[in-house]
Design a protein around this ligand. Structure first.
Ligand SMILES: Cc1cc2nc3c(=O)[nH]c(=O)nc-3n(C[C@H](O)[C@H](O)[C@H](O)COP(=O)(O)OP(=O)(O)OC[C@H]3O[C@@H](n4cnc5c(N)ncnc54)[C@H](O)[C@@H]3O)c2cc1C
Ligand code: SF4
Length: 557
């Protein structure tokens, strides 16, 4: 006898920008759509920098799908955009307006709890009319299969649900993409780790310190020697009554340098360049972190299997275009195109018809070319070879390098290069672009900043203490499979809520005696976990999200 199962035409897993866009567009097509979100509310699990772009060339932008989005869910529009190259306390700043405005209709700062929860309400309204709706506090724990074919999802909290279309919009740590064999969590060089603080500030103080009007916003980016040798950079964006300040680093570089993410964030917060903006009273509302995929390496060209389609971070659709980070807008595009693909192929008996059409739409709309620019593949084959990097670094380190980058012509050329979308999308991922060149530029062309920075960032213990958790006592969501230092020690420093000299984080090491020999072993306590996903890659773990509604709850994101 066949088991009677609940069935929807479409099930969308996750209500971030990708899931919200997919669900809204499915509802527009009259498709009966159920959305399952593991947070207590959409946005309670999410962290972004975050600037959301509306690209002129994109087939969909978020305000196409959610009218009034900017007024209802965003913070400030970005009207001033700069990058700061830092060497010690010398800083050379370039205006990046041309790069920022390239292909940009508008760009707003957002906070994810506010943004996603507003989207959730709109999605619920739209999908309810189709006979579906949004259910929160539900964690999808796997794919439902029939004779090996994906036909639905299984959940911790509900009975299995069948669907004609399953949209995995479950973010960077997509358990569904992994279950389908479409994503592995193996290579640190395919990921970035983002860490962020939301800092309290009155609106008029923001206007004054950033020299902007109440309906304007500033975006500042930072690179150079303030992050030691770790490849990546920092950001500061203005919200209505707070600042978003954070760092985004290549995960392989964090691991190689044994750098601790919270210390890198503190290096930015306490740098003299920040003194003028932060003043003396530093009030951190929230600390958060999350992995980010690097679309140049992992954006899936065929993000589907059977009835399952992947959108957004789950499909690796997060574009780091030089200093600009574009993940939310592409998640929106991916979600909407997946919905359109289903509407076009609705009724087709081939379970992969929607997936194939979706992949085609990603190519035809030019989205895939943005995510995986072919020129980067070319630049990478040459520029990321150690022998080339070392030779370039040797030249730059020498007097010739300083002379080459230190003259007024180089200054003008660099400003143009930074503003060229073509050039920034083909920069190889080496320390040259992130550390060496910005540090030389800062040294040779920069002004010395003499401001005193009086900021004292909170300790890791205080940061964890400021977060809200609903711990699933006795049911840890991550299991350490190999506690040897060789397999898992990297998590002690790469985990954003752990540190080598801090016993209150998730990961720590201890010395044990084994057969008369002293050995270092790693241990794990998931209570302070912010579910960033880092240890799924850098340690030997069995990694899952907590059950619906459990774990960390972000108020800002
Ligand atoms: C520090 C930092 C800075 C960033 N800056 C920017 C920026 O400035 N601009 C930009 O565009 N992008 C930025 N990004 C990237 C951006 O946040 C992501 O690309 C974007 O959020 C992807 O959207 P998504 O809908 O695919 O996934 P998410 O936003 O991660 O949403 C996934 C949703 O699925 C839910 N979910 C997950 N698993 C399950 C499950 N099993 N069952 C049910 N629900 C589940 C989650 O709770 C979540 O709501 C940044 C990221 C970080 C970490
Ligand atoms: S335990 Fe793992 S998932 Fe949790 S915060 Fe640390 S690195 Fe991130």
């Amino acid at each position: 006898m066949t088991e009677e199962r609940e069935h929807y035409e479409a099930v969308v897993v996750g209500c971030g920008p990708g899931g919200a866009a997919a669900a809204a567009r499915l509802a527009d097509h009259g498709v009966e759509t159920l959305v399952l979100e593991r947070g207590v509310e959409a946005g309670s699990k999410n962290v972004s920098g975050g600037l959301i772009y509306a690209e002129e060339s994109a087939p969909y932008t978020i305000d196409d799908l959610f009218e009034g989005f900017r007024e209802e869910a965003a913070e400030r529009p970005v009207t001033d955009y700069q990058i700061h190259n830092i060497a010690g306390n010398k800083v050379k700043s370039y205006d990046l307006t041309d790069l920022h405005e390239h292909d940009t209709d508008w760009c707003d700062a957002v906070l994810r709890r506010k943004m996603d929860s507003r989207l959730e309400a709109r999605v619920h309204e739209k999908t309810s009319e189709t006979g579906g709706g949004v259910l929160t506090n539900v964690r999808v724990n796997g794919l439902l299969r029939d004779d090996g074919e994906i036909v639905g999802v299984t959940c911790d909290e509900l009975d299995p649900i069948e669907a004609d279309l399953i949209v995995a919009a479950d973010g960077v740590n997509s358990e569904l993409a992994r279950d389908a064999g479409l994503m592995d969590w193996e290579e640190p060089d395919e990921w970035f780790q983002g860490v962020k603080a939301v800092v309290d500030m009155e609106p008029d103080v923001i206007d004054d310190r950033f020299d902007i009007d109440e309906d304007e916003g500033a975006a500042h980016l930072f690179s150079g020697d303030l992050f030691e040798d770790v490849r990546g950079g920092g950001f500061l964006y203005t919200n209505e009554d707070s600042l978003s300040i954070g760092t985004v680093f290549h995960l392989d570089s964090l691991v190689a340098e044994q750098a601790e993410p919270h210390e890198l964030l503190d290096a930015l917060l306490t740098h003299p360049v920040m003194a003028h903006w932060l003043g003396d009273e530093y009030d951190e509302r929230e600390y958060g972190a999350k992995l980010v995929p690097d679309s140049k390496k992992v954006a899936h060209r065929e993000p589907y299997r059977d009835r399952l389609v992947l959108v957004g971070d789950a499909a690796g659709q997060m574009q780091a275009q030089g200093p600009i980070i574009k993940g939310m807008n592409h998640a929106v595009t991916g979600g909407a195109l997946a919905a359109d693909a289903f509407a076009i192929t609705r009724g087709n008996a081939d379970p992969e018809a929607a997936g194939r059409r979706y992949a085609k739409l990603l190519e035809e709309s030019g989205t895939m070319d943005k995510l995986r620019p072919r020129r980067y593949d070319l630049a990478r084959t040459v520029g990321e070879r150690d022998v080339v990097t070392n030779a370039v670094e040797r030249v730059l380190d020498s007097r010739v390098g300083s002379l080459a980058l230190g003259n007024p012509v180089a200054d003008r050329v660099l400003k143009r290069a930074y503003n060229s979308p073509f050039l920034v999308s083909m920069i190889p991922d080496t320390r040259t672009g992130y550390v060496t060149v910005p540090a030389i530029v800062g040294e040779e062309h920069g002004r010395t900043i003499r401001w005193e920075n009086g900021v004292e960032p909170p300790s890791l213990e205080a940061r964890i203490g400021g977060l809200t958790y609903d711990t699933d006592v006795g049911n840890p969501h991550i299991e350490l499979l190999d506690d040897s230092a060789e397999a898992s020690e990297a998590a002690v420093y790469a985990c954003p809520v752990s540190a080598e000299d801090f016993g209150g984080g998730c990961y720590r090491t201890e010395q044990v005696q084994t057969n008369g020999d002293e050995e270092t072993v790693v241990s794990l306590d998931t209570q302070p976990c912010v579910e960033c996903g880092t240890c799924a890659i850098v340690a030997d773990t069995a990694w899952e999200h907590p059950r619906g509604g459990k774990g960390v709850e972000y108020r800002e994101g």
